[in-house]
Design a protein around this ligand. Structure first.
Ligand SMILES: [Zn+2]
Ligand SMILES: [Zn+2]
Length: 343
């Protein structure tokens, strides 16, 4: 089968290669990949800014059909439409694993970076990672369950927006547009910030439930937030852009005693005024991937139609056009690029 692989350490070194189809060992399941999302992490892997164990098949945002069962698998049936969590192996015994936080396990190995992932026709995953897709969710929408689970963890479980909270989301990419939708589902009011490059994405934010959208290059977000909150500032702010100026701006928009959630990754150290964390007595949270508890919540939000992922899948490419998909993503055209292995 064809597979998009990181073939060696260093910048680039990503190729489409022909490799043998895998077979599932005991306790594991072979999935036929129907759709796989391209993520910021994949670009970081391309540029060697994220640890990998090459040669390895990339891709961790997967939806597919169960094709074959390893020995002893009982929870899953051949033919089911499913998605999968991304941790292939964790130690199971450290304090984080025991507390339901395997994302923090020092020994974790994830598909798409340490173990072969889903930019191929087939992928092998552990049985316990599999979740059935709701009937109303197609494979393309289902491939975005993974980023949604990350957002459920970072934006809901950790930052805990309340009904009627005024929240600000900076960065209307996939993560920002999912954050917008989960805070709306929690009953909060949302303002989404973007730049001139984000015109289409901001329009999508409006369609997906933003109360206001702001192009920060031309409009005064501070004035708007102040008007909406009797001068207090936003209850919760979410940095989803991974851009340092947005992180700094959000410190000015959040109210005293409010919450600041860092969801985006900068890829480098940034300047951020920690004095404001003291002056305003802010609670600051950061999140790293997802935890198992976030997956059923993510799938319930999809099943109930409270979060829509299909409108975010702006561009769909065959696997062989992976480079074009990466380029489109890097040039910040569209929202989410999805790869489909050829039949
Ligand atoms: Zn991802
Ligand atoms: Zn562990």
């Amino acid at each position: 089968m064809d597979a998009v692989m990181k073939v060696a350490p260093g910048v680039g070194n990503v190729e489409l290669r022909e490799i043998a189809e895998p077979t599932p060992p005991p306790g594991h399941v072979l999935l036929e990949v129907k759709a796989a999302g391209v993520c910021g992490t994949d670009l970081h892997i391309y540029y060697d800014e994220f640890p990998t164990r090459p040669p390895v098949v990339m891709g961790h945002e997967i939806a597919g059909q169960v094709a074959e069962l390893g020995a002893g698998v009982s929870r899953v049936r051949v033919g089911e439409r499913v998605t999968t969590e991304t941790f292939f192996a964790t130690c199971g015994s450290c304090r984080f694993c025991r507390a339901g936080r395997p994302n923090l396990c020092p020994g974790r190995k994830s598909i798409g970076s340490a173990v072969d992932g889903g930019f191929a026709r087939y992928v092998v995953v552990p049985e316990q990672n599999i979740h059935q897709l709701p009937a109303n969710i197609d494979y393309i929408a289902g491939a975005l369950t993974e980023p949604l689970a990350c957002v459920v963890h970072g934006a809901l479980e950790l930052a805990r927006p309340l009904p009627e909270d005024v929240v600000v989301v900076a960065g209307p990419g996939t993560i920002g547009l999912l954050t917008l939708q989960v805070v709306r589902a929690a009953g909060a009011r949302a303002i989404v910030l973007g730049t001139g490059q984000d015109e289409q994405r901001l329009a999508l934010a409006l369609a997906l439930g933003a109360e206001h959208i702001v192009n920060v290059e031309h409009e005064d977000a501070g004035r708007l937030v102040s008007d909406l909150t009797d001068g207090d500032g936003a209850d919760v702010v979410y940095e989803c852009s991974g851009a340092a100026p947005a992180a700094q701006q959000l410190l000015g928009l959040v109210r005293r005693g409010g919450r600041y959630a860092q969801i985006g990754l900068f890829g480098k150290p940034v300047t951020w005024d920690l004095n404001q964390v003291c002056y305003k007595e802010l609670s600051v949270t950061g999140s790293n991937a997802s935890v198992p508890s976030a997956w059923p919540r993510a799938l319930a939000l999809l099943a109930e139609g409270k979060v829509q992922t299909r409108p975010l899948a702006s561009d769909i490419f065959p696997l062989s056009a992976w480079r074009q998909a990466f380029d489109t993503f890097e040039q910040r055209r569209g929202v989410k690029m999805v790869l489909r292995p050829e039949e």
